[in-house]
Design a protein around this ligand. Structure first.
Ligand SMILES: NC(=[NH2+])NCCC[C@H](N)C(=O)O
Ligand SMILES: [Mn+2]
Ligand SMILES: [Mn+2]
Length: 329
């Protein structure tokens, strides 16, 4: 039976929730996927930016489940002990990240079973694998996903120019390349055709080809330039939610323009501005109020070392609150 039993309703057509939403914060201080220190401090920085108060203002209950324990970069080995596949060894720390993914997926699935909505605080974007696998676990055909990011994160171990796993989580969820053979990668959790990427402006060569050939919908910055953020996000919500049990919303802070969020490890010029980002996440909340679509959310890639005065963490906390229903009026 579906995980949403405890969540008031079980599908996106059931209408108004009969229960008040409770957000459960779970920090995942993972930086192995970025292969760079700093994002491990993301959960602390987002809490320091008062995410609990922001959620309170959104009218949702907030329980903080603390941080998941993750292996440290200094004491981890980038290549696997047993080199079972040449391609897999190009993905740095993949074994360790697989372990974190499996633990996180269990935690997320349990939280949803208990009737709450996981809000996962990264950590690098590799944490999205655990969130998606957990959120999609008890669904028949997988969940939809909206991926707000400058990047496609659609590399596989074989195609990644960097070997950094935070550039691969969406490809993992779609079971591409060697991810299909990894026992911790739940390739049924996410529905490929209900996956929508929004705000994309940086793709590697083979990643671009793979995305073009996939069933996912990609709205690049070009579409946002032309049609505006609200039209694009309304389309994204339509595609992601149509016929599935709910969606995971993944917010990589580098989705925004680097002038708004200096504290990210892989900034790309030309992102959405502060108001556009809020408009997008307010639309998510609006749809959620109508049709109970939000199964889980992740806020990732906040790097306090690179930030100024915790601005990026503050934006992360505010945007999460918008997604959970905080309104101006
Ligand atoms: N979640 C992120 N910040 N991903 C950045 C990925 C950058 C680049 N495409 C790579 O594969 O290395
Ligand atoms: Mn990114
Ligand atoms: Mn990303």
């Amino acid at each position: 039976m579906s995980a949403e039993d405890g969540n008031g309703t079980g599908s996106n057509v059931t209408g108004d929730r009969d229960t008040t939403r409770t957000a459960r914060l779970l920090g995942v201080p993972l930086d192995l996927g970025a292969n760079r220190r700093g994002v491990d401090m993301g959960p602390s920085a987002i809490r320091y930016a008062n995410i609990a108060a922001e959620l309170d203002a959104a009218g949702v209950g907030c329980v903080d489940d603390g941080d998941l324990e993750v292996p440290r970069l200094e004491t981890s080995s980038p290549v696997p002990d047993v080199d079972d596949s040449e391609a897999a060894s190009n993905a740095k720390y993949l074994d360790e990240i697989g372990g974190v993914t499996a633990t996180l997926a269990d935690a997320v699935a349990t939280t949803i079973d208990n009737g709450a909505t996981p809000l996962v605080l990264g950590g690098d974007h590799a944490v999205a694998m655990g969130s998606m696998f957990g959120a999609g676990r008890h669904t028949d055909d997988g969940i939809g996903v909206i991926w707000f990011d400058a990047h496609g994160d659609y590399n596989t171990p074989a195609t990644s120019p960097s070997g950094n796993v935070h550039g691969m989580p969406l490809a993992a969820a779609h079971g591409r390349g060697s991810f299909a053979d990894l026992d911790w990668a739940d390739t049924d959790a996410v529905s490929e055709e209900h996956t929508v990427l929004v705000g994309i402006r940086s793709l590697d060569e083979e990643e671009r080809t793979a995305l073009r050939e996939s069933e996912a919908t990609v709205f690049t910055m070009r579409e946002i330039d032309e049609r505006g953020i609200t039209a694009v996000v309304e389309d994204a919500l339509e595609i992601a939610t149509d016929g599935v049990d709910g969606i995971h919303v993944s917010l990589d802070l580098d989705w925004l323009d680097p002038t708004v969020v200096p504290g990210v490890g892989t900034p790309v010029r030309g992102g959405v501005d502060y108001r556009e980002a809020h408009a997008a996440l307010e639309l998510v909340a609006e749809r959620d109020r109508e049709a109970d679509i939000l199964r889980s959310m992740g806020v990732v890639e906040v790097n306090p070392i690179l930030d100024r005065d915790n601005q990026t963490a503050e934006v992360a906390a505010e945007l999460a609150a918008s997604a959970f229903g905080k309104r101006i009026l």
